[in-house]
Design a binder for this molecule. Sequence first.
Ligand SMILES: [Zn+2]
Length: 240
Amino acid sequence: MPDVLQRSDSETKAKPSEDVIYAELYNAICERQLLPDTKLGEAMLAEHYGVSRTIIRQVLLRLSGDYLVKLEPNRGAFVARLSLDEAKQIYAAWRLVEAEIIRDVTLSITSEQIASLRALIASERKACEEEDYPLLTRLSTQFHLQLADLCSNQFLSRFLKELIPQTSLAYFYDVRKMPLCTEDEHSIILNYIEAGEDESAVAAATQHLDGIEAALNARASLEQKVSLVDKLKSRVPSFS
Ligand SMILES: [Zn+2]
């Protein structure tokens, strides 16, 4: 392609808005494409998006309000990182809130809402078959977020929406070996909700979250070793 054409393309290309950049970084962190402790350099991001550093600063501030980014005086912004202990606290809180949300949703869920959740589970299955792990990561948390959206208690719903994205910060090893929500377990939870069996749904959800947390514990001992590999990997952008 001629140089002139390329230049005029980039000149006419609209600059992304603060919201677009925020959403992109938010998703990249939740999909574990940007791993904990990754430096988010203001100048680098400003250049990448073709926007001012002021806009990037606003975005980073918003992400720090979501607890996804840590701002350190004189050092800049980094993707936040959870210790194993903090991760366990998050799962403990998630189990409690999820149980109340399921009890609430079981009373009011409509057939359209069930169909929408089934479609989401089908997308999860497809992402899993296609080994699209970033998408699978996003869709499997989406299942829980969508359930939270159906809850009549907006504070419970808001609380869960704040908690779940932070679970992305608990790991920094290979996403393909991550403990993930499985679509089959989501189906079991949804089947009980549809049948109006709230306590069975709560038990299935508790078991589901226990399973993810157990995998997290089992992998915590590997953390030290993988940390070094991970650091090396981040120095070679083409590493797949
Ligand atoms: Zn799940």
